[in-house]
Design a protein around this ligand. Structure first.
Ligand code: ASP
Ligand code: MG
Length: 416
């Protein structure tokens, strides 16, 4: 792919290093880049399923397992992968060495379980690269200013890879996974979904937060803020096969801007409706702050005025696994915030269309609503951002909505 020497960060996810066979295949992919004369840093996830196992171990030991030790336990899966690949490469005559997060160091904020990377000391990494040593770094882990091990939140190895790419000024950050790129929609639900050649950071951010699981949302943010060019590639294709993949890059590097780039569904939300709350200033703020104070993330919000002009209905969505807690909090509201009824609906799905072209094209929302209505799909709640329109619909109609919208915006016909 590259004709001059490039500096590349190659990140492999859990399924890519999930077995002896897969780790051997990763070694071949790394070797193929080394043979081209490229400087390589490899960032690895734990073997598939390993992090879950380690989390369960802490839960089995104690319901109140110390967060700092939790990070020591769950960061160990990545250490195993890094040592394993490095040892294997060495046995094949490829000079490689593993460097753990604290050895580099990758310095993070203090918050255990979801720390943020603050600094990466890259000087020694660069020296090793200049000596043609392959560096293997476990993702997901760092060290805080108190010298304690931290982890970056689930899926955090993507963010490690991007931050390292920024720190060493890499030409590319290649994210190898079990799919060959980012698709116009979920190929398991939309048969005509197509792989995108390129997608902008902003679109990818929306798609990632809508549940397109290829990249951790924070890693896309980090790439966007540091101009790191990401390539999403499959580690399951054969060596030498054309690596197509998807380039995640700046909007200006995409010549052919589509109005709609992707259609996504997220089925992990619950809808909460409070009926007949008092219509006076401050009520919505108070209700939402009760949820916020408990760390519950509210996504969509709508408020309707009711007939008598004295009361109103408020609808919002929260992650479905927090809906029971949210309901309890609503039931405990003070009498000042009384309401007539509370309805919790988990049989909903959020369908979103995403595209940077929406900024300069009016009428996309009305097209979306018309297509849904022509297909007898009722819209419950609507929310929009500059490059996204989301609607809530009945969960049973998820695939129908995805497919009709995908067809209408002709996403199956994009030329790659
Ligand atoms: N192993 C960690 C997880 O499963 C981090 C990662 O794979 O990105 O969340
Ligand atoms: Mg991942």
């Amino acid at each position: 792919m590259e004709n001059k020497m490039s500096r590349i960060v190659m990140k492999f996810g859990g399924t890519s290093v999930g077995s002896v066979e897969r780790i051997n295949h990763v070694a071949k992919i790394v070797k193929s880049e080394v043979d081209l004369g490229n400087q390589i840093v490899v960032v690895l996830s734990a073997m598939a399923g390993e992090t879950d196992k380690l989390i369960n171990l802490t839960k089995d030991l104690s319901k109140s397992f110390e967060n700092s030790e939790y990070d020591v336990v769950i960061s160990s899966g990545e250490q195993v992968s890094a040592g394993a690949l490095s040892g294997l490469l060495n046995s094949q005559g490829i000079k490689a060495q593993s460097r753990l997060g604290w050895q580099i160091p990758i310095v993070t904020s203090g918050d255990h379980k979801s720390a943020r990377i603050e600094a990466i000391h890259s000087k020694e990494l660069i020296n090793l690269l200049e000596l043609n040593e392959v560096i293997i770094i476990p993702g997901f882990q760092g060290i805080n200013s108190e010298g304690r091990i931290t982890t970056l939140g689930r899926g955090g190895s993507d963010t490690s890879a991007v931050a390292i790419a920024a720190a060493i000024d890499a030409d590319f950050c290649d994210i190898y996974t079990d799919v060959d790129g980012v698709y116009t929609s979920d190929p398991n639900k939309v048969a005509t979904a197509k792989r995108l050649d390129k997608i902008s950071y902003e679109e990818m951010l929306e798609m990632a937060s809508l549940g397109a699981k290829v990249l951790q949302t924070r890693s896309v943010e980090t790439a966007m803020n540091n101009d790191v060019v990401l390539r999403v590639l499959s580690s399951f294709s054969d060596i030498g096969e054309d690596k197509n993949g998807t380039l995640v890059c700046d909007e200006d590097s995409i010549a052919d801007k589509k109005i709609v780039t992707g259609v996504a569904a997220s089925t992990n939300d619950a809808k909460l409706t409070l009926i007949g709350i008092k219509d006076k200033p401050g009520v919505a703020a108070e209700i939402l702050s009760v949820l916020a104070d408990d760390g519950i993330n509210v996504d969509m919000i709508v408020q309707n005025i009711s007939d008598d002009r004295k009361t109103t209905d408020l609808t919002c969505t929260v992650p479905s696994d927090e809906s029971i807690r949210a309901k309890e909090l609503m039931e405990g509201l003070s009498s000042n915030l009384s309401y007539k009824d509370l309805i919790v609906d988990t049989n909903i799905s959020k369908i979103s269309i995403v595209g940077v072209g929406m900024r300069s094209n009016a009428g996309v929302a009305s097209q979306m609503f018309r297509v849904l209505s022509e297909n007898n799909i009722n819209i419950d709640v609507i929310s929009t951002s500059e490059i996204k329109i989301s609607v809530l619909i009945n969960k049973d109609l998820t695939e129908k909505a995805l497919n009709t919208l995908h067809d209408h915006f002709e996403l199956g016909n994009i030329s790659n």
